[in-house]
Design a binder for this molecule. Structure first.
Ligand SMILES: CC(C)(COP(=O)(O)OP(=O)(O)OC[C@H]1O[C@@H](n2cnc3c(N)ncnc32)[C@H](O)[C@@H]1OP(=O)(O)O)[C@@H](O)C(=O)NCCC(=O)NCCS
Length: 297
């Protein structure tokens, strides 16, 4: 049961420990599920929880200084998680149990997570549409806001080009292609995070040799980075047609510089919808052709 009469001094902000991963995942899911309620089967919910916990545990291992929790009466009530890759900081997860929101706790929790990335040469935050989140990010020193949209709907595979260049990828054999594409678009490799990202059932890696890659989960685009829009278009078609025929697919965080993705989404029969903004600062890559990962930026 949530306490209603709490003062900020009752809440402790401390680094996340390995054993906190499950609880931190649960509070972040509760926060985000309230914002975007989802109707998942028990099996889908279990898969989702397992992969989200694996993500938190992975980031606690790679970035123990970037992962924080808020604790009240010995229970975790919030979490803020950031990672640094090749000198670029990214903010991966931020959530507070709904009963405790709007009292300044999130601001206290965000401060050490942001500080972890203060000396990084660049930073990326993918925001939800929660007003407190957008306000906090927009007022973070040096960050600028990039509006984005999302595409969703059932993809019509008959609209896809007849011959695609992309093929199933391999994290070891295609490491050079993956790292080069990531560094081109965001100035930092994604390779270290891809085993965890692709660890969830139904995930796939698509590659165009030397030029780009995409990660998809049952037709939903999790991440795409390429050196040219022609390659990105090929990968996006490959990704959105890789899932169950007729199922709803989503592509999030599409900025104006990535209009090539809008063209393809509309051609495939998807609809444009609203999405939270991206906030960036410092030295990054071209940010296009790029569809960033909500979990790993
Ligand atoms: C985002 C979140 C972690 C912020 O934590 P919080 O404790 O609620 O935020 P705070 O109370 O510290 O408020 C942060 C700022 O937003 C303002 N704010 C808080 N709630 C607000 C609301 N509902 N509408 C508008 N502004 C709001 C505060 O006044 C504060 O601004 P200020 O310091 O300039 O006055 C929390 O609201 C949450 O879990 N939201 C749902 C999950 C989510 O969207 N996470 C972000 C993922 S990117």
């Amino acid at each position: 049961m949530a306490r209603t009469a709490i003062s900020p001094a009752d809440v402790t902000i401390r680094p996340m420990l390995a054993q906190d991963a499950g609880a931190a995942r649960a509070v972040a899911s509760a926060a985000l599920d309230e914002l975007h309620p989802r109707d998942l089967s028990a099996q889908e919910a279990a898969i989702q929880a397992a992969s989200a916990t694996a993500r938190v545990a992975h980031l606690q291992r790679t970035d123990p200084g970037g992962c924080w929790v808020a604790e009240l009466d010995g229970e975790i009530i919030g979490t803020a998680i950031g990672l640094i890759r090749d000198g670029v900081w990214g903010f991966s997860l931020f959530g507070l149990l709904p009963d405790y929101q709007g009292r300044g706790i999130g601001t206290r929790l965000y401060a050490p997570a942001l500080q972890y990335g203060a000396h990084a040469r660049g930073g990326i935050i993918l925001s939800s549409s929660h007003p407190a989140a957008m306000r906090r990010y927009a007022r973070s020193p040096g960050y600028r806001l990039i509006p984005t949209v999302r595409l969703s709907g059932a993809c019509d595979p008959r609209r896809a080009p007849t011959a695609l260049r992309c093929r199933a990828g391999d994290l070891t054999a295609d490491a050079h292609t993956i790292e080069a594409a990531s560094r081109h678009v965001r100035g930092a490799s994604h390779l270290r995070d891809l085993p965890t990202l692709l660890g969830r059932p139904d995930s796939c890696l698509l590659v165009v040799e030397g030029d780009g890659f995409a990660c998809a989960r049952d037709g939903n685009v999790m991440l795409l980075a390429a050196r040219t829009t022609a390659v990105a278009a090929d990968l996006l078609w490959g990704a959105i047609t890789s899932g169950t025929r007729g199922a709803t697919v989503c592509v999030d965080f599409i900025s104006a510089d990535n209009n090539w993705a809008i063209d393809i989404g509309l051609e495939a029969g998807l609809s444009i919808g609203s999405c939270g903004p991206i906030f960036v600062r410092g030295q990054l890559g071209t940010l296009a052709p790029f569809l960033p990962s909500g979990a790993y930026l």
